[in-house]
Design a protein around this ligand. Structure first.
Ligand code: SF4
Length: 80
């Protein structure tokens, strides 16, 4: 089963909540008005949050990527 990585640039997030509107499974509202990517790990090198998902969650991940007005969310394939 293919694996994907969601890469979330929390610094770029403006709290527009488009992502949360389409996929509450992945995102939760934080106290500062931005969102957190549930279960994500912070990558010190890139300073972004990352979460590995399988293809079952690909559609909702892409929906949140499309919903973000500042391109703070990216989804890329990591394994076939
Ligand atoms: S849609 Fe983008 S800017 Fe809006 S809360 Fe989600 S990550 Fe942040």
């Amino acid at each position: 089963m293919a694996k994907y990585k969601i890469i979330y640039d929390r610094d770029a997030c403006i709290g527009a909540l488009g992502c949360l509107g389409v996929t509450e499974e992945l995102w939760e509202l934080a106290d500062d008005g931005k969102v957190n990517l549930k279960g994500a790990v912070f990558n010190e090198e890139t300073q972004k949050w990352e979460l590995i998902i399988d293809e079952n969650d690909f559609d909702i991940a892409r929906a949140s990527e499309d919903a973000c007005p500042v391109q703070a969310i990216k989804v890329e394939k990591v394994e076939d």
